[in-house]
Design a protein around this ligand. Sequence first.
Ligand SMILES: C[S@@+](CC[C@H](N)C(=O)[O-])C[C@H]1O[C@@H](n2cnc3c(N)ncnc32)[C@H](O)[C@@H]1O
Length: 219
Amino acid sequence: MESRTIKSFKLRGTRITTAQGAARDRLWKQFGIELSNQVIDFPALFPGAKKFALEIGFGMGEATLEIAEQNPELGILAIDVHQPGIGKLLAVIEEAQLSNVRVMDADAHAVLQQMIEDGSVDALHLFFPDPWPKTRHHKRRIVNPEFIELLARKMKTHGELHIATDWEPYAQWIEEQFGKVRTFSGGKIERPAWRPLTRFEGQGLRKNHVVTDFLYIRN
Ligand SMILES: C[S@@+](CC[C@H](N)C(=O)[O-])C[C@H]1O[C@@H](n2cnc3c(N)ncnc32)[C@H](O)[C@@H]1O
C-alpha cells in the first residue's frame, strides 16, 4: 500500500517533561519497539498472554495501564506518536512492573501494514481518536473505509473493535463508515464498565460532550 501523506495526527507542541524524556532514554530499549518491516511474533513478545490487543492512539496511556493491570493475560501493543505520552507510558510500565505492554512511536497505519500479521489481533482499542471537526479536515479522520478494511485484515474472526468518541458528529460519521463495509457487525453500546476514563475523555465531559461507545465484531 502506498505511504500516506495525509496524517490522522498533528504532532502537538511536544513539551516533553524532563522525567518523560529520561524515561524514554532509559526504557525505550526494554519496552519500545522500532518501526520496521519485521512481523511481530505476539506469542514471543508476550509469552504469558492468551490474547493480543492493539491500542491505537493511547495518548498519555491511562487506559493502557488500567487495562493491562486488569488483564494480565492480554498482551497490548500500544501505538502513538505523542512524545510526552510515550515517555509517560514507558515510566508507568516500569513502575507498575507490567510485562504485558510494549510501546511503538509510529503511525498506526505503517505498524499495521508492515508489522502485524493478518488475522492475528484479538482486540483493538481506539479511544477518542482525533475528531478533526472542520469539514476540510475530515479526510484526516482515522476511521474511514480503507482503515476499517486494514483493521479487518489484521483481526481474528470474532475479534472485538472498541471505539469511543466524545464528538457527536464523529460518532455519526463512525456509524456511516461502518455502514459501508461488510467485514464488521455491531454499533453503539453502553459504556463498557472496564473502559477507563482518560484525560481526553475527562476534558470532553467537562465541556458537556456526550460520549458514545461502539463495539464492532469482526465477521
Ligand atoms: C485525542 S487523542 C486521545 C488519546 C487517548 N486515547 C485518550 O483517550 O486520552 C488521539 C491520539 O491518537 C494519536 N494518533 C492519531 N492518529 C494516529 C496514528 N495514525 N497513529 C498513531 N497514533 C495516532 C494522537 O497522537 C493522539 O495522541
